[in-house]
Write a protein that binds this ligand. Structure first.
Ligand code: ZN
Length: 104
């Protein structure tokens, strides 16, 4: 019979039991959700998914990159807006003068 460590109360229990006899932790359900179908009796059950702080760290990095990207895009857009009027004025249509002053 395989002995495993209960992830909740850390008591050594049978892997074949549905619930932990000490804390009533749903062992069978837990083993079904984890990738380790055959638990290692030496180290007990280990969660295969990464620790939460790693996920939060990744989210923070993604958020920082996104913020820098948006900021740079806004900066570029702002610079384009500032530069645009300098190029536009020459195309302003000059209204035809009332008095005819021909080239002479
Ligand atoms: Zn337990």
């Amino acid at each position: 019979m395989t002995q495993i460590t209960c992830p909740d109360c850390e008591n050594t229990i049978s892997a074949n039991s549905d619930h932990c006899p000490h804390c009533d932790f749903p062992i069978r359900e837990y083993l079904a959700t984890t990738s380790a179908s055959r638990p290692n009796p030496k180290s007990g059950i280990r969660l295969p998914n990464p620790p939460q702080h790693v996920i939060i760290q990744g989210l923070l990095i993604a958020l920082t990159v996104l913020t820098v990207f948006i900021a740079s895009m806004l900066y570029i857009a702002h610079r384009h807006k500032q530069r645009a009027p300098a190029k536009v004025p020459p195309t302003t249509p000059v209204e035809q003068p009332a008095t005819d002053s021909g080239p002479s």
